[in-house]
Design a protein around this ligand. Structure first.
Ligand SMILES: Cc1cc2nc3c(=O)[nH]c(=O)nc-3n(C[C@H](O)[C@H](O)[C@H](O)COP(=O)(O)O)c2cc1C
Length: 193
């Protein structure tokens, strides 16, 4: 598979901002069932091999999972402070849960779980997110983390369809749009900032 043309500027931004750990966080907006927006920060976990899909992880009990089941549309907004550029990636989300029947996606979910730090893994053993606060003693992680991810652990993929890349550096600034045609061909256009 050929990489989409926006992958190169995004890879460059990740590389040039690599000294900032928080440059791997972006905001992911979804749509609630009442049509209102919902937005939150997530961690970028790389791309699915041989695809243009961004990987994230989340908890099956979270609000976003309910939203995604009804509406897969989402937009990521990612700012790179060092190079002063923003990427907005609009597309469709795919949630990979414990019951996924796709062999490649299931094994990727397992691999991502195995690569996680214990700290990140422990959150999936916490009481239900968003419910009334319970005693801190109920937040104790297991002594040994299972090799198999718990049912709460989901892999989330964003398949971008439209990208809007804004570079603040430059006089004047630069802005590029990328969009995927029905035949999977990517078009690129420089537009006014
Ligand atoms: C720096 C940072 C990184 C985060 N990374 C994730 C993440 O990778 N996945 C995730 O589900 N939540 C992550 N969160 C928590 C979410 O922002 C959010 O609070 C939580 O997922 C509940 O969101 P929801 O109610 O919209 O589902 C992160 C929060 C912060 C501040």
């Amino acid at each position: 598979m050929e990489l989409a043309p926006w992958r190169e500027p995004l890879a460059r931004a990740l590389h040039r901002n690599r000294s900032l750990a928080y440059c791997r966080y972006f905001q992911l907006a979804t749509i609630r069932s009442d049509g209102h927006p919902a937005n939150r920060t997530v961690v970028y976990r790389g791309f699915m091999d041989q695809t243009n899909q961004l990987k994230m992880i989340t908890d099956s009990r979270s609000q976003k999972v309910q939203q995604i089941t009804k509406n897969q549309s989402a937009e990521a907004c990612w700012y790179f402070p060092k190079t002063r550029e923003q990427f907005r990636l609009f597309g469709q989300l795919t949630l990979i849960t414990a019951t996924s029947s796709d062999r490649i996606l299931s094994s990727e979910r397992q691999q991502v779980w195995q690569d996680l730090s214990d700290n990140a893994r422990s959150q999936f053993f916490w009481p239900s997110p968003g419910q009334s606060r319970v005693d801190a003693s109920e937040f104790t992680p297991p002594e040994v983390f299972p090799v198999e991810p718990p049912a709460e652990f989901c892999l989330l993929l964003l398949e971008p369809e439209h990208i809007d890349h804004l570079e603040l550096r430059g006089e004047p600034q630069n802005r590029y749009l990328y969009w995927r045609e029905a035949n999977n061909n990517w078009l690129t256009q420089a537009v006014n900032p």
